[in-house]
Design a protein around this ligand. Structure first.
Ligand code: F6P
Length: 319
């Protein structure tokens, strides 16, 4: 553990506990700095202003990625750093970028350590309108790209009226308030409320499949709409009030918009550990095969009953 590490209790069964603790420590210390550093960095990055998924990069995206890369890749026990803002995985043992999944320090390409995948600023288009955003991290015990089943911990920071962090391990989910480099427990054993209340669906309605539209019509009559344009903030509402978040398969883009390694897997892991379900439309996001570093996936997460109904709806074509 690093000197002066935060008091975050972690139960990670597989002997990686201290590495995960150090990763979380970096997130806890860096999040307030990221939040503070957004002032003056809300514009588009000067150089290289598209990320590997072809989206415009804000100055803050690039800056937060560099900050997290420097700190996470320096940790003993972290062999790979991957970010939504970088084309290639960083091999932390050599400090160099390499092609996805090929940063090799041993046969499986992961050295002896863990791989950390980060979305430094999820929902950074909200910088323009000054709405909430987040930082997402997933800690895998396999080289990236990896299946969600290889996550040993995942979490996110939500930059809302206050800065909070939700952290999931195989032991459960805890919510913290972050301030001054410290983490104060707000809620232990976070569970999705049994009675769902809210929903948020991304993408344009005409671009949804007929099956998803039909499902959405039903949900609209049962729950309240909460959609803010940053997955983290929207999923945080689902964790607080119960419900469903989806960025579905689109007619124009059947693979959806969100990235499996940086968004789908970590959020799927967190929601499942909180007693809910995740799906890519047919099965748990955590079971989806990982084929590319920046591959996209439809994302559906929320209360089990709602995800069961969703899968039923989207896998039965309408006449
Ligand atoms: O990175 C993707 C993201 O910003 C998510 O956080 C969010 O859910 C989604 O894009 C919003 O997309 P749209 O602008 O299409 O609603």
């Amino acid at each position: 553990m690093t000197e002066g590490a935060v008091g975050v209790d972690l139960a990670v069964e597989n002997g990686y506990g201290s590495v995960v603790h150090d990763v979380v420590d970096v997130i806890v210390r860096t999040a307030p700095e990221i939040r503070g550093g957004l002032v003056g960095r809300r514009g588009t990055a000067d150089e290289e202003n598209e990320n590997p998924s072809g989206e415009t990069q804000a100055e803050a995206d690039v800056w937060a990625d560099e900050l997290l890369c420097d700190r996470l890749s320096a940790l003993e026990g972290v062999s790979q750093y991957a970010s939504e803002e970088r084309a290639a995985v960083v091999d932390c043992d050599s400090g160099s970028g390499s092609d996805a999944g090929s940063s090799s320090t041993d046969e499986d390409g992961c050295g002896d350590g863990l791989s950390v995948a980060v979305d430094p600023l999820d929902g950074s288009s909200n910088l323009v309108s000054n709405n909430p955003m987040g930082t997402i991290f997933g800690v895998y015990d396999a080289p990236i790209p990896a299946r969600g089943r290889n996550l040993v911990a995942a979490g996110y920071v939500c930059y809302g009226p206050v800065t909070t962090m939700v952290l999931a391990t195989d032991d459960g989910v805890t919510e913290y308030e972050l301030a001054d480099g410290d983490a104060r427990v707000l809620r232990e054993d976070v569970r999705l409320p049994a009675e769902p209340t809210v929903y948020g669906f991304g993408g344009r309605v005409p671009d949804w499949s007929a099956e998803f539209r039909t499902y959405a019509r039903e949900i609209e009559s049962e729950l309240k709409l909460r959609y803010g344009g940053a997955m983290i903030a929207d999923v945080n509402q689902v964790l607080s009030y119960g419900g469903i978040f989806a960025y579905p398969a689109l007619e124009s883009r059947p693979e959806g918009k969100l990235r499996l390694q940086f968004e789908g897997n970590p959020i799927g892991y967190i929601v499942e550990r909180a007693g809910g379900r995740s799906s890519n439309g047919t099965r748990s996001l955590l079971e989806a095969e990982a084929t590319g570093l920046h591959e996209r996936t439809p994302v559906y997460v929320g209360n089990t009953g709602l995800i069961d109904r969703l899968e039923d709806a989207v896998t039965h074509p309408l006449e």
